[in-house]
Write a new protein. Structure first.
Length: 263
C-alpha cells in the first residue's frame, strides 16, 4: 500500500522549456484528493527555495528535499541542512573567478550570485528564479553556508570547470550551459530518507516520479518508482512503471488511475 509520494519537478511536474511553469488547477485538485486519502506528498528536486514556483508552494506538499537533498523540509520546518566545507568553497570560487565563470551559491534562505551574472541570471529567470531571494552579502559571509553551486559555462570552459569541481558531484547540461555541483554525501534519496524517518513512514510504501539522472538514487530507495515517458533510458530501466510524458501531465494522470480518482 502506497502511503507517500515524491515528485521531481523539472521534466516531471514542470516543463519550463515548453511553457509549463507550474501545476495546473486540475492537477492541484487531484493532489488534494490524494492527500484526502491520507497519502503524504513530497517534492524531491535539484531546485533550491529560490526557484519554487507559486503553484508548487501553494500545492500543500508536506515536505521538500531541495538542492538535491542538501536542504530538507517537513511540515513547514527545515529538518536538515547539509553544507559544503567553507574552505573548499573558498578554493573553488577563487578558481572560478580566475576562469571568469558566472556562478551562484545556494545558501539557506536564498541565492548569492557572482558580480558577473548577466547570463546566469537570465537563465535562472527562465526557471522562475524569484529575485526576492537574491542575497547581496560579501562572499566571505556565505562561504560556510553553501549547500549547492551552479555555474553558467561556455563549451570551452566545461573541462576546466569539471576539474575545479572534482571534489563535488556534478551535472552538466549542454543545452542550458549549466553545471550543478553539490556534496557527494547527499542526494534526493538521502533527503527523502530524512523526511520519511522524521515522519515515521516506510520506504517500501513510497512511490516516486522522475526523469533525470539525479533521480536514480531515489528510484533505488523507494518501493514503487515511476519514470516519465520523457525520462532518460537509464531511469526507465530502474522504474517499476512508465507513465505518460510531462507534457501530458503523466504523473498526475498515473496517480489519478492508481488511486481511482475522478477529476
Amino acid at each position: 500500500m502506497i502511503k507517500a509520494v515524491f515528485f521531481d519537478l523539472d521534466g516531471t511536474l514542470l516543463d519550463c522549456a515548453h511553457g509549463k511553469y507550474g501545476i495546473s488547477g486540475d492537477g492541484r485538485r487531484i493532489l488534494e484528493k490524494i492527500k484526502g486519502q491520507g497519502i503524504h506528498l513530497f517534492v524531491a528536486t535539484g531546485r533550491s527555495v529560490s526557484f519554487l514556483p507559486p503553484s508548487v508552494r501553494e500545492a500543500g506538499f508536506q515536505g521538500y528535499a531541495l538542492a538535491n537533498g542538501a536542504s530538507v523540509w517537513a511540515d513547514g520546518e527545515e529538518i536538515g541542512t547539509h553544507m559544503l566545507s567553507g574552505q573548499l568553497v573558498r578554493h573553488i570560487t577563487e578558481q572560478l573567478e580566475e576562469e571568469g565563470v558566472e556562478y551562484a551559491l545556494q545558501i539557506p534562505g536564498g541565492t548569492w550570485m557572482s558580480r558577473k551574472r548577466s547570463r546566469l541570471l537570465a537563465y535562472f529567470k527562465e526557471y522562475l528564479f524569484d529575485e526576492r531571494f537574491l542575497i547581496e552579502k560579501p562572499l566571505a559571509d556565505c562561504l560556510d553556508k553553501v549547500m549547492k553551486m551552479e555555474l553558467y559555462v561556455d563549451p570551452e570552459q566545461v573541462q576546466n570547470c569539471r576539474e575545479i569541481l572534482k571534489p563535488l558531484e556534478c551535472m552538466y547540461s549542454p543545452e542550458t550551459h549549466s553545471i550543478e555541483a553539490y556534496s557527494k554525501n547527499v542526494s534526493k534519496a538521502t533527503g527523502a530518507r530524512e523526511i520519511l524517518d522524521h515522519l515515521g513512514l516506510r520506504r517500501s510504501e513510497t512511490m516516486c516520479f522522475g526523469d533525470g539522472q539525479n533521480d536514480m538514487e531515489l528510484f533505488q530507495m523507494v518501493g514503487w518508482p515511476v519514470a516519465m515517458e520523457n525520462a532518460a533510458g537509464c531511469v526507465k530501466e530502474k522504474a517499476r512503471a512508465v507513465c505518460k510524458s510531462v507534457g501530458e501531465d503523466g504523473a498526475i494522470r498515473y496517480l489519478q488511475e492508481f488511486f481511482m480518482l475522478r477529476t
